[in-house]
Design a protein around this ligand. Structure first.
Ligand code: TRP
Length: 338
């Protein structure tokens, strides 16, 4: 039976945080270790440049940080091809062809890009490359014929747009070259991870994240400063569990669900202090984060070997992407010199 293929990626604009871990990284490791997939993980530096054209240094620096984060969470270069987007020229050519199969009106309707344009306050001055990045992402996915894309929910519109491009391409050129991808989302109930301040989104600009590279002290400080229930003043007061970040994290990270239920009951009744519950969360988080942190430190001792992992992964990725590009050119009929 033909294997499935997964591909996913991250923009290297900073280190990865535990929201990335819950939202996507954990899923990739599970898929990788299932043995059912050809695995590709892309560091999307070209996509990162679409809204950072004047700050390539940030991307350059983050690239190695993201590579370390991948290795730290258990993405295994023996099983998964880790590649650098800008070093795969076929992706640019595919993007050019796909751009002709998409309308500006359709691009304008992509809800994720719409939100990002608002958040970044681009207005009419949105860089054209940023506006069309869903098309370049369709090139990323289809170049490797990925049928499975493990990402957070906000990437569903990219997948929808990719499927449309695939169908339009195959129909227009009467070909059966490109593969329609499905998203692979975190299990329902695992929830989106809020920032430590209670903001729904964990992000660098809000300064409310816990990073995979944070040392144990830093994580502890962040947990001790976490948003709980502002009306829970005295230990004996009844406390709110909803919207209380400590409990949101316990729901996601503590494998002992019964214990979490008991703690919630105690907190709601009154008698469980914030400091105590935060210390407990710190223990739970440390069990998850310390193996990741230790693996990261181990890899960071030998950056030359990390670079070699990227070189090897990118070389393999070029072979696969060039093969697809050849099929795409053949389908269009752009193969005059063959
Ligand atoms: N847009 C994705 C993000 O911001 C990153 C990305 C780039 C990606 N290329 C991809 C994700 C291909 C999945 C597949 O997280």
């Amino acid at each position: 039976m033909a294997k499935h293929t997964f591909l996913t990626g991250d923009r290297p604009t900073g280190r990865l945080h535990i929201g990335h871990y819950i939202g996507s990284l954990q899923n990739r490791v599970a898929l990788q270790n299932s043995g059912d997939y050809n695995n590709f993980v892309m560091i999307a530096d070209t996509q990162a440049l679409t809204d950072n054209a004047n700050n390539p240094e940030k991307i350059r620096h983050s690239l190695m940080e993201v590579a370390l984060d991948y290795l730290a969470v258990g993405i295994d270069p023996k099983k998964t091809t880790i590649l650098v987007q800008s070093a795969i020229p076929a992706l640019s050519e595919l993007t050019m062809y796909y751009l002709d199969l998409v309308t500006v009106a359709r691009l304008n309707r992509n809800p994720t890009v719409k939100t990002e344009i608002k958040q970044k306050a681009f207005g009419e001055s949105v860089p054209a490359g940023f506006f069309v990045y869903p098309v370049s992402q369709a090139a990323d996915i289809t170049a490797f014929k990925a049928d499975t894309v493990p990402v957070g929910d906000d990437q569903e519109p990219m997948l929808e747009q990719t499927r449309e491009i695939v169908r339009t391409f195959n129909r227009t050129y009467n070909a059966d070259v490109l593969v329609e991808p499905e998203g692979y989302f975190p299990p329902k109930g695992s929830g989106r991870l809020p920032g430590i301040d209670g903001n729904a989104k964990m992000s660098k600009s809000l300064g409310n994240g816990i990073y995979l590279a944070d040392d144990a002290d830093t994580v502890q400080k962040k947990i001790m400063s976490m948003y709980t229930d502002p009306n829970h003043i005295h230990v004996s007061d009844p406390g709110q569990v909803e919207g209380n970040v400590v409990f949101t994290y316990l729901d996601i990270f503590d494998p002992d669900k019964q214990h979490v239920a008991d703690l919630k009951a105690e907190y709601q009744h009154g008698g469980l202090g914030d400091v105590k519950i935060k210390r407990y969360l710190n223990d739970v988080m440390d069990a998850v984060l310390s193996p990741i942190r230790n693996r990261r430190l181990e890899y960071a001792k030998d950056m030359a070997s990390v670079q070699q992992i990227l070189i090897d992964g990118t070389a393999h990725a070029n072979e696969v992407a060039n093969q697809t590009l050849q099929e795409v050119r053949d389908a269009i009929g752009f193969n005059y010199f063959k």
